[in-house]
Ligand binder design. Structure first.
Ligand code: ZN
Length: 408
């Protein structure tokens, strides 16, 4: 396999999580008796450009079926994050009724609704029908396509270049990251701004967030690799911010390569932090598997002890990262009988691979588990606050990554 960015041969697999079904392939009752497809889940790192990437194995169409179930608006933390971003970028770029905003992977309209409310013309790009339907109900025009260079050029030909292109948690999810970056370049007005948010590889490596590895997530990005990818597409990163979302993300502000705006000092400081953490040191990558295995072993030990003690356990949050963790550990309903999730589209279904049933959050007060594992640790505080009533029967929330700990 060659590097998706620079085409150098990839020599190093540094994380092997075995085989797993696609993380978002939730199953109905009837699908439980059908065969399930498993794909290898392995990470490689390029020693030339240091892009961390998943082994290639399948097509995007298979990973994002029309009934793809992730609705961004389910998380109130994420909605607040989006509203706050929209308010500040509108002020910063002085966007108005004459401006044009494009969001790639606009999901259910969780972000663009803020631009519609402010009277700023916008366009969502979203291939999944059910989330696109939800966005259109909010008055957001949606183009139901995958984004790349061809679509970027089409938008340019139609006079739809944007003053602002937003991509939140999509850059790491595209199989052809160079084509996507060229699409951004084509769809960007001269003087326009691109902002992309993606989980920061630095946090994954430091905090053993191996459960953020899943098939839909093709690239694991450092600022260093993004600078190179942008430059190859004729774009430049002019500013970068660290965000707490998804366990530690970066938001880069990009512009055309010839743009006159100055580079911010935060670029050099984040590049230095990445270098100091060993993101350009192959030995640091090669030590990662042992750390991931330690987390997995600790989880299994914990669940087996709870079972022997006769204590009741549940999971909360049928998120992709939970599926990676549970499938890598081989956890089945005997160790974790059910998982609750607030999203009605997931309730009544089963987690891929583990076949653990997904129930409505009301199952917590009905079954009164002693321990509730929060699987999407990035929204742990929100979940613990919403369901703080589990304390009334002595229930405790527990986080697994990077180590087992009780949430107070
Ligand atoms: Zn490379």
């Amino acid at each position: 396999m060659k590097c998706r960015h620079c085409a150098a041969p990839l020599q190093h697999t540094f994380l092997d999580l075995g085989f797993a079904p696609p993380s978002n392939a939730y199953l109905s009752v009837s699908q439980l008796s059908a065969p399930e497809r498993y794909y290898p889940l392995r990470l490689k790192v390029c020693e030339n450009c240091w892009l961390v990437q998943a082994e290639s194995y399948s097509h995007a169409a298979e990973l994002f079926p029309p009934d793809y179930a992730y609705f961004s608006s389910t998380s109130s933390t994420w909605l607040a994050h989006a509203a706050s971003y929209a308010g500040s970028i509108v002020r910063q770029l002085a966007l108005n009724r004459e401006s044009f905003v494009i969001e790639v992977a606009s999901n259910d309209g969780y972000l663009l609704r803020n631009f519609v409310d402010a009277g700023i013309p916008c366009l969502g790009i979203e291939p999944a029908d059910r989330t696109a339907d939800a966005a259109e109900k909010l008055g957001i025009p949606v183009l139901r396509k995958f984004f790349g260079e061809a679509l970027g050029q089409q938008l340019a030909r139609e006079g739809k270049q944007a003053d602002l292109i937003v991509g939140n948690n999509v850059f790491a999810h595209v199989p052809d990251i160079n084509d996507f970056a060229r699409g951004l370049k084509a769809a960007l007005k001269p003087g326009g701004t691109v902002t992309l948010e993606f989980p920061h590889l630095l946090r994954l490596m430091e905090q053993t967030q191996f459960d953020t590895v899943y098939h839909e997530h093709f690239s694991y990005l450092s600022l260093y690799s993004v600078l190179r990818i942008f430059a190859a597409a004729g774009l430049r990163v002019a500013d970068v911010e660290e965000l707490p979302t998804h366990g530690g993300s970066l938001r880069v502000y990009g512009c055309n390569e010839g743009d006159r705006r100055k580079d911010s000092a935060s670029i050099l400081s984040i590049l230095a932090a990445e270098r100091n953490a060993g993101l350009k040191d192959i030995d640091v990558y090669m030590a990662f598997q042992k750390r991931a295995d330690a987390v997995k072993d600790q989880l299994l030990k914990f669940l087996i002890e709870l079972k022997h003690e006769g204590r009741k356990v549940a999971g909360y949050g049928a998120a992709a990262k939970g599926n990676t963790l549970l499938n890598y550990g081989g956890v089945k309903p005997d160790l974790l009988p059910f998982v609750c999730d607030a999203s009605p589209s997931k309730q009544g279904k089963f987690l891929p691979g583990s076949h653990i049933p997904i129930l409505a959050p009301s199952a917590l007060s009905e079954r009164r588990p002693d321990v509730v594992l929060i699987l999407p640790w990035n929204i742990a505080d929100e979940i613990a606050e919403q369901h703080s009533y589990i304390k009334s029967w002595g229930g405790q929330f527990v986080l697994v990554v990077p180590q087992i700990r009780i949430l107070q």
